[in-house]
Design a protein around this ligand. Structure first.
Ligand code: ADP
Ligand code: ASP
Ligand code: MG
Length: 405
């Protein structure tokens, strides 16, 4: 088999752990498999590097920022290749540009366009373990790019798709995908399997165990994707295609995120093209808008528009929205940070009624006010005050029967 393994920051957090990863790669190699291994930077390193750039410049050029933050992974690929060699294995490290992981030019958030597998294949033919830096690529003009936080997951799945690997194994500090973040709810249970679609929603809604784009790639190219612990030999969770059994479960998981900022633009003129203007401007700057709510027009023909964006984009958004609101002759712009989005996810929701109303009841019973609601076929999300986030997760986890196997 050809296996792509990926080890996250905690798994390569110090020298002993890197040795442990080397041992694990060699176990797979000795079992007769071809092994490509993707690694993240040592835990905390990407944040440290990011801070260096913002210490030197308030608004660092994103191109130069990527040059700096991509170096965390350069250190770990070299160290892991050395650790494998120390254990009598053959290994060669590769940076994104050496493989040629070609991306677009959206610095800090680049998308993979293509992967050249020639050098990796050569390395495998030589009997080496190919050790590839996660999170980084190169654009058409030779600039170094990075794939967004958590992007090593996407490097791994994209490599697995390109190499038509038999499995992609994401090794992390938990032993699989849980019904909710085990750090928030001690009743969280590990799932043996979860569908691509549910995993995609969980990831989009804030479960950071896998980067969203890695799940998109896995779904598109049907990559068998495992989430496992780098510290145990548990089988982990398989992310795979949906089947009838999965549909029997109404709610499979609960996600929560505190990474959003909410904006309200008051007294927007209620006429065609206004929403297109506001959101068009944000889109041009690459700002992803999440929940959008527009209230019906008031008697004076004006309306309020509320939406959320990722907290990282809040300053850019604030500046832009104030300008657009001024141009449109709208009222004041309000902005709040202390919100959380709690979501329930499950493919079983498609054919069950009353799921959303049950969620609202559970929150009401805990006296939690719902600020905004948004739904899709397989999820319901509510924006609430941040201080109630954990309480909401625990109450929903219990009410939807996730506490018990
Ligand atoms: P890595 O550094 O290995 O990429 P991450 O910190 O990115 O690891 O992802 C693993 C973390 O994801 C876990 O420690 C856990 O706190 C968090 N997490 C959030 N939601 C879930 C979930 N539903 N199941 C498992 N882990 C989750
Ligand atoms: N080192 C990068 C980050 O912390 C990528 C990753 O770990 O997946 O976001
Ligand atoms: Mg991660």
């Amino acid at each position: 088999m050809l296996i792509v393994q990926k080890y996250g920051g905690t798994s390569v957090g110090d020298i002993d752990r890197i040795r442990n990863v080397a041992r694990r790669c060699l176990v797979a190699k000795k079992a007769g498999h071809d092994v490509v291994v993707v690694v993240s930077a040592m835990s905390g390193e990407t944040n440290r590097l990011l801070k260096l750039t913002t210490d030197i410049s308030k608004r660092p050029s994103e191109r130069e920022q990527d040059v700096v933050v991509s170096t965390g992974e350069q250190v770990t690929v070299g160290l892991l290749a050395l650790a494998i060699q120390e254990q009598q294995g053959k290994a060669r490290s590769f940076l994104g540009h050496q493989v040629r992981i070609l991306t677009d030019s959206a610095f800090a958030n680049a998308r993979i366009k293509s992967i050249d597998d020639t050098r990796l294949r050569e390395s495998l033919v030589e009997g080496e373990i190919a050790v590839v830096a996660g999170f980084q690529g190169i654009d058409e003009r030779g600039n170094i790019t990075t794939l967004g936080r958590g992007g090593s997951d996407t490097t791994a799945v994209a490599l697995a798709a390109a190499l038509k690997a038999d499995a992609c194994e994401i090794y992390t500090d938990v032993d699989g995908v849980y019904t909710t973040d085990p750090r928030i709810c001690d009743k969280a249970r590990k799932l043996d399997r979860i569908s691509y679609e549910e995993m995609l929603e969980m990831a989009s809604l804030g479960s950071k165990v896998l980067q969203i784009r890695s799940v998109e790639f896995a779904m598109k190219y049907k990559v068998p994707l495992w989430v496992k612990s780098s510290f145990t030999d548990d089988p982990g969770t398989l992310v795979t295609e949906e089947d009838a059994k999965m549909e029997e479960v109404v709610v499979s998981g609960i996600a929560v995120t505190r990474d959003e900022s909410r904006f309200v633009v008051r007294n927007v003129p209620d006429k065609p093209g206004v929403a297109a203007t506001v959101f068009g401007k944000l889109a041009q700057q690459g700002i992803v808008v999440d929940v959008i709510v527009q209230t019906p027009a008031h008697e004076d023909g004006r309306t309020d528009m509320a939406f959320t964006v990722g907290r990282l984009d809040k300053d850019k958004t604030d500046e832009l929205v104030r300008k657009v609101a001024g141009d449109l002759g709208a009222g004041k712009v309000e902005h709040e940070e202390d919100i959380a989005k709690v979501s329930i996810v499950g493919v079983g929701m498609r054919n069950h009624a009353g799921v959303a109303s049950k969620m609202f009841e559970v929150l009401a019973k805990e006296n939690i006010n719902i600020r905004v609601i948004s739904t899709s076929e397989i999820k319901v999300s509510c924006l609430i005050d941040e201080k109630y986030a954990e309480l909401a997760v625990r109450a929903l986890h219990k009410a939807f029967g996730l506490d018990k196997a």
